[in-house]
Write a protein that binds this ligand. Structure first.
Ligand code: CUA
Length: 341
């Protein structure tokens, strides 16, 4: 750490591409500035008042070739930059399927993070090196932005919906985590660190944490029971007919207004906090909003549980990551202490 440091360390797979793009465009801009300045100075000097330079007509054919030449060349240059930038961006927003999923809830002014094992952290994120990590993020109040300069990664975190980003760390160490969206008085103090560890250290760290009694899906399962979701959704003892939630995640849902949507995180979240916006076709619109009953972390846990009830593939992967069996769907009416915060 000596001398002037123009760049933060590059500690993710994506960082090299972002730096290459930045430096490439910077170099190109410098070249163009030099070229234009050079021509301005040259012409200003050659055609200054009183100079004897030739001011006759330009050779026509030659000037047409120059026009076409530079137009086509710059067109292809711009297209190349577009291709280079968009392919690296597309890669940056498409997480690999096997990524470790971490839930992020931002609030004024802290980052709350939760691992699939149920381990929670505040303003610190421990991750293994060399393994893709996907962040599923939402905000409890205003807009924040999850920004890790060393990973060249920045994504807005919005209230009322989920955004995601992912990275694969390439270096172990501690890297600053920032909020990159003005979010109120203590915005500049809203930060923390990302600690990248060797996978065996990460496993040891995870084991040493005061484990939440149950994993995320397990917390969701308890919440599901304590809120009494099953009394409508579990069929059997139903007072009100409501769609079954087993196998729902990831499948298409037909809404009363004729739209068909996919039961993804955003849809499930909306169904919990503002169900009147997404009434399911064929059922009475009887579900009240649970926005007051559960906070964002509770919603995250409920969705984690619904995912487990969803596709069998997700179920087995969650079991692998969580390292323990996933709670079975609770029977309706069962009541346990609320999980969530
Ligand atoms: Cu949170 Cu700025």
């Amino acid at each position: 750490m000596n001398g002037l440091r123009l760049f933060p360390v590059a500690a993710s797979v994506n960082a090299k591409g972002v730096d290459a793009l930045f430096l490439g465009i910077l170099a190109l801009s410098v070249l163009i500035v030099l070229l234009v300045t050079g021509l301005v100075v040259t012409f200003a000097s050659r055609y200054r008042q009183g100079s004897t330079a030739n001011r006759g007509e330009l050779p026509k054919a030659f000037s047409r070739e120059v026009e076409i030449g530079w137009t086509v060349a710059t067109l292809f240059l711009a297209l190349f930059i577009f291709w280079f930038a968009s392919s690296s961006q597309l890669q940056a927003i498409t997480p690999p399927k096997n990524a470790l999923e971490i839930h992020v809830v931002a609030k004024q002014w802290m980052w709350k993070l939760q691992h699939p094992s149920g381990v929670r952290e505040i303003n610190a994120l421990h991750v293994p090196v060399g393994i893709p990590v996907k962040l599923i993020m939402t905000s409890q109040d205003t807009i924040h932005d999850f920004y890790v300069p060393a990973f060249r990664m920045k994504q807005d975190v919005l209230p009322g919906r989920y955004t995601q980003e992912w990275f694969t760390a390439t270096k172990t160490g501690t890297f600053p985590l920032r909020c990159a969206e003005y979010c109120g008085t203590d915005h500049s103090a809203m930060g923390g660190e990302v600690v990248v560890m060797r996978p065996d250290d990460y496993a040891r760290w995870t084991a040493a944490q005061p484990l939440a009694a149950v994993d995320l899906a397990g917390q969701g399962s308890r919440l599901y029971a304590s809120l009494g979701c099953g009394s409508c959704h579990n069929g059997g003892a139903a007072r009100v007919a409501a769609p079954s939630l087993t196998g729902l995640y990831g499948t298409p849902v037909r809404l009363a207004d004729g739209r068909t949507v996919t039961a993804d995180e955003d849809y499930l979240r909306q169904s919990i906090v503002e169900p009147q916006q997404v009434p399911v076709a064929g059922y009475p619109q009887a579900m009240p909003s649970y926005v007051k009953a559960v906070d964002e972390q509770g919603v995250v846990a409920l969705i984690a549980y619904l995912r487990v009830l969803g596709a069998p593939a997700v179920r087995s992967r969650m079991q692998e990551t969580a390292g323990r069996p996933i709670a079975a769907p609770p029977s309706s009416g069962e009541s346990t202490a609320g999980a969530g915060t």
